[in-house]
Design a binder for this molecule. Structure first.
Ligand code: ADP
Ligand code: MG
Length: 398
């Protein structure tokens, strides 16, 4: 709010990327019938780019002449905006291009960012076409404000930028397993949740984090050699090999690959240390090593009607870390997910459900199980760490 707000110029021209496959496959007709007339009315000219395959948006945004556009719009689920953000961060001019406002028009089945923006604007819970119309109205008004991003590092050497969430375990598996119900729209997550509850799994891993309220130590660069905060430091030894290959024994890492000079440019992750080193000693290592689900979320909504972090803000410099430890009953999980529709799950005081706001985290799976997700997109199960970057980009908001 206040001085950090910006306003789209009028007239203006925006680049719209549309995923025709997102959600139940109706993004293009919805754009034509709902969005286009409103943009014309608001004096917003646009060029429409219909994506043809995964990573198409990523490549388009990386190569595009950005001087042509006042804003970049995704008409899709969260996955397309994730690709656009990563395309931007691979550009040599990422620092200036990240100041160009992004916009999400929900046309997918996973519309968590759109639902979060609605929530921040005090609009209550909207889904489907009502949510789309609200977000199109935001674009017509043209207000934009800064948004935090999380920089993620994988053990295989990738660097990814995420605007919504990172997860492993139950919630991620629901996201992936429910892909085949995408014709149902956002109801696919409800169906998937109940289906996966019947075969509840445990995921073994080590989770560490830098609490948001932890003061950084006097000398930030002195990496600890002690292990007093790390109950089982012997597990930190790593061996060469590929974690992505399901046939190999557990806890095996690729040798670190230097990040490509294009990925994220020269933006440093000052809170992270290499995977070969234990986490800094002022971090917290979670004593439990058996989880049902781990979700790092940086917006309020996990899905259009799932409010996982009701207090999250666009720009709160925090990763909201939620994890469910093993032992939680199926009935308790049903209760938690039902309460999440109103964002009241923490008031259940379930001892297996943990919440802590953090600045950075590291997750080291002790077995390669299932997949991980970044903004709803699939990532091979492997050690991942990340940190928040305040105000790294801008987004059209309510
Ligand atoms: P949803 O919310 O329904 O998952 P997303 O916009 O998140 O919709 O997109 C899901 C995936 O579809 C992304 O991985 C994206 O790369 C991919 N994608 C984009 N365009 C196409 C296309 N033309 N055909 C198939 N997949 C595509
Ligand atoms: Mg998606």
């Amino acid at each position: 709010a206040g001085a950090t707000n910006g306003l789209l110029p009028r007239p203006c021209r925006v680049m719209v990327l549309l995923n025709p496959q997102s959600g139940s496959g109706r993004a293009l007709p919805l754009f034509r019938s709902q969005v286009q007339p409103m943009l014309t009315e608001a004096n917003i000219a646009f060029d429409l780019f219909v994506t043809e395959k995964p990573t198409h948006a990523w490549d388009l945004v990386r190569e595009e002449d950005m001087s042509r556009w006042d804003a970049l719009v995704a008409m899709a689920g969260d996955g397309l905006l994730y690709e656009m953000i990563n395309g931007i961060m691979e550009r040599p001019d990422w620092r200036s291009v990240t100041q160009k406002p992004l916009c999400i028009l929900p046309g997918g089945s996973g519309n968590a960012l759109a639902a979060s923006l609605n929530h921040y604007a005090g609009k209550g819970n909207f889904v489907k076409e009502d949510l789309l119309i609200n977000c199109t109205y935001f674009l017509c008004k043209g207000l934009h404000e800064p948004m935090d991003l999380v920089s993620l590092r994988t053990a295989s050497g990738r660097r990814l930028f995420s605007c919504l969430s990172f997860g492993w375990g139950f919630v991620s598996d629901v996201d992936i397993a429910s892909e085949r119900y995408r014709k149902l729209g956002s109801a696919r997550f409800t169906v998937g949740t109940f289906q996966l509850l019947t075969t509840l799994q445990v995921y073994k891993g080590r989770l560490s984090y830098l609490p948001a309220d932890e003061q950084s130590p006097a000398s930030d660069s002195s990496f600890p050699t002690g292990t007093q905060n790390c109950p089982s430091a012997e597990h930190h030894q790593h061996h060469q090999g590929s974690f992505d290959n399901g046939t190999l024994p557990v806890r095996i890492l690729l040798p670190p690959v230097p990040p490509s000079p294009r990925e994220g440019g020269d933006l440093e992750d000052s809170l992270l240390v290499p995977f070969e080193q234990p986490v800094p000693k002022h971090w917290t290592v979670v004593p439990e090593e058996e989880f049902v689900s781990i979700v790092c979320i940086y917006q309020s909504h996990l899905g259009a009607d799932l409010i996982l972090a009701p207090n999250a803000k666009l720009c709160d410099d925090a990763i909201h870390l939620f994890y469910l430890t093993a032992g939680v009953s199926r009935m308790a999980m049903v209760k938690i997910f039902m309460a999440m529709e109103r964002g009241t799950h923490l008031t259940l005081n379930n001892p297996y459900l943990h919440y802590v706001p953090v600045k950075a985290f590291r997750l080291e799976p002790l077995e390669p199980k299932g997949f991980m997700t970044v903004d709803g997109e699939v990532l091979a199960c492997q050690p991942v760490q990340g940190q928040i970057h305040r105000r790294l980009t801008r987004i059209i908001s309510g």
